[in-house]
Design a protein around this ligand. Structure first.
Ligand code: TTP
Ligand code: MG
Length: 595
């Protein structure tokens, strides 16, 4: 067996997974649902259910019919419209990110986050008073020494792996490891506990958190204690005289297909090889199809297979299209070595657009109604994507317990102001203009600043924007009174200008004033919301014009779902809908089950 790959455990990564996310979104909207068994339905499937339902025997990806048999009083809510989940996901992302220095937070799907808290943890480890660890203070802000929370640095917060380790026997900085890995993970565990408390107190959501030194390990270790819990993977991470690496011990029991980054194709090839290798006459490298590649194999099975190491993995997995270092990379993953960085999500999208297609749209009244509906969706997306919760208010106690009555609401402010409003249309039958085939036509005009008012209802603002701007833009695009047969309408805001001059970007200064509870701060924050978009947002007098798009197809146009910063997933082969990676399994079932 080849040597274990070398480790680099300088980073500290937290993985957040919100508990039964879709169900939690409904529970936050209607707290009365919390005590009832609740299932979220897409087509005939329970995509998720709350823990009360799970206690009564329901589980994710069950048929609705089955769920009703097992638990006749289950409350079923429809979850096919993803808007509320996307909105909640963004709110939670902005909230948690505001605590993290340099905003090093990556989103994975709607309900998972990776936080790189290395800097915050190292800063706080340096400040520990070794003589009085019990009364430690975690600094959330380098500039404001009073901002933070008290904690007891003699013990790890929450669950650990292994569960029953005597901390006095722990390696606290041998040559093989990053010095003080234990202390750094311990300090990180308190930060994780604090963030979970804040998430629950302010937003009403609980999460399951993993604490380790890479995205892979943080994600996997988090899964070990669910829900509303956290787990720290304790050192030693590298094997040392007489002591097994906890990383290896932890990963060994995992099926290889559960290792993030391995993917189903690689997993199949490895299983095919192992199956053949363990057969009595197995000598040649087997072809994937020639053997039973459906069995399950653990990380341990692979690690201990004769001759296993980067070179053999290269032979098993290499081939046309495979990365050159595939063997070393996979060998690393099997040992929990995952150098993938936490990639911060972009702050705000460059534009937001909403569109819909229509079977028949040939009167101005119909166009007006459709425009109002699209504009209302657009304004809702703007409020979700372009605002953030203002944290300059009292965050409550350090680890508050969320009681009934819903989360504490924080005021919001605009992060950016789009300056331009764009309307695009597509006729059912492409026309020609100047001899070119025309697919879409667009018109852009300055976006009126009243749309940034957070006091007015979205419906009222949508009507006003359609009445004042979009209808006249439409008439300029289609001067004929009728006779057009529209297939598509798209309303967009573009030309994004950073609207938060007061926004603090790095080093946790967002929360600099967070612990100041004076009402003056709250008043200031509220005033900010009211002002946002008014002085700064007077639209530039950009020339209004019709833009003709003569691209060969519509693929050059932004997808209405594509600019939200979530890894997009793939288009479904059957219905063409864009399905996030995590939802593909459910979506396939969705088609498989009769209406
Ligand atoms: P998960 O994190 O798998 O599930 P969960 O958050 O509901 O439950 P847990 O507490 O066990 O983590 O998925 C996140 C959300 O994604 C889930 O609430 C519903 C949705 N989802 C789908 O739409 N399709 C799927 O196949 C799965 C698994 C989830
Ligand atoms: Mg989850």
């Amino acid at each position: 067996m080849a040597a274990a790959p070398s480790r680099d455990d300088r980073r500290i990564i937290l993985h957040f997974d919100y508990d039964c996310f879709y169900a939690a979104v409904f529970e936050v909207e209607q707290p009365a649902l919390k005590s009832l068994p609740l299932a979220v339905q897409q087509k005939q499937i329970v995509v998720t259910c709350n823990y009360e339902a799970r206690r009564r025997g329901l589980r994710k990806l069950q048929l609705i019919k089955e769920a009703k048999q097992i638990c006749p009083d289950v409350v079923i809510v429809l979850g096919e419209d993803l808007t509320r989940f996307r909105d909640a996901s963004k709110r939670l992302f902005h909230f948690l990110r505001s605590f993290v220095w340099a905003q090093r937070v990556e989103r994975l799907g709607f309900d998972e986050l990776f936080l790189d808290v290395t800097e915050m943890v190292d800063y706080n480890v340096d400040l520990l008073n070794r003589h009085d660890l019990e009364h430690s203070f975690f600094h959330l802000d380098r500039q404001e020494p009073t901002v933070g929370f008290d904690y007891n640095a003699t013990q790890v917060h929450g669950s650990t792996y292994p569960a029953d380790l005597d901390p006095t026997g722990l390696n606290r900085g041998s040559k093989e490891e990053v010095p003080g890995l234990y202390t750094r993970l311990l300090v990180a565990s308190h930060l994780a506990g604090f963030l979970r408390g804040q998430l629950e107190f302010h937003m009403g959501y609980t999460a399951t958190v993993g604490i380790s030194t890479s995205k892979l390990l943080a994600k996997l270790i988090g899964n070990t204690h669910k829900p509303n819990n956290q787990t720290t993977l304790l050192p030693p991470y590298a094997a040392e005289s007489g002591v097994e690496s906890h990383v290896v011990a932890f990963l060994d029991a995992h099926e290889i297909r559960k290792i993030p980054g391995l993917g189903s194709k690689l997993t199949r090839k490895i299983i095919a090889y192992l199956t053949k290798a363990s057969a009595p006459s197995g000598s040649e490298l087997p072809s994937e199809s020639a053997s039973d590649a459906n069995g399950t194999k653990t990380v341990r099975d692979v690690r201990l297979c004769a001759g296993m190491g980067p070179a053999l993995l290269d032979r098993i997995l290499g081939g046309p299209g495979a990365p050159k270092d595939i063997g070393a990379r996979v060998w690393g993953l099997l040992h929990g070595v995952d150098p993938a960085p936490v990639i911060p999500a972009g702050d705000v999208p460059t534009q937001i657009s909403i569109e819909d297609t229509y079977g028949r749209l040939d009167t101005l009244e119909l166009v007006r109604r459709k425009l109002i509906a699209l504009t209302a969706s657009l304004l809702r997306r703007m409020r979700t994507d372009l605002t953030e919760q203002d944290l300059e208010v009292d965050p409550g106690p350090d680890r508050p317990v969320h009681t009934s009555g819903g989360p504490q609401q924080l005021p919001v402010r605009w992060l950016a102001h789009p300056r331009t409003l764009r309307l695009s249309t597509r006729l059912r039958h492409a026309g020609t203009e100047g001899g070119r085939l025309v697919h879409r036509t667009s018109r852009s005009e300055p976006l009126p600043s009243y749309v940034f008012s957070l006091d007015e209802s979205i419906d009222a603002l949508a009507e006003r924007l359609v009445h004042d701007s979009l209808l006249s833009m439409f008439r300029k695009l289609h001067p004929e009174k009728s006779g057009w047969d529209l297939q598509l309408l798209n309303v967009a805001v573009t030309n994004m200008v950073d609207g938060a001059g007061d926004r603090k970007h790095s080093s946790g200064r967002d929360i600099g004033k967070m612990f100041q509870t004076q009402s003056s701060v709250i008043k200031e924050a509220t005033a900010l919301v009211k002002d946002a978009g008014l002085p700064g947002a007077s639209p530039e007098t950009e020339g209004s014009r019709n833009i003709v798009d003569s691209a060969p197809g519509d693929e050059t146009w932004e997808d209405s779902d594509g600019d939200d910063g979530i890894p997009c997933g793939m288009n479904c082969d059957i219905c063409g809908a864009l399905i996030p990676q995590f939802a593909r399994e459910a979506h396939a079932l969705y088609h498989a089950v009769p209406e």
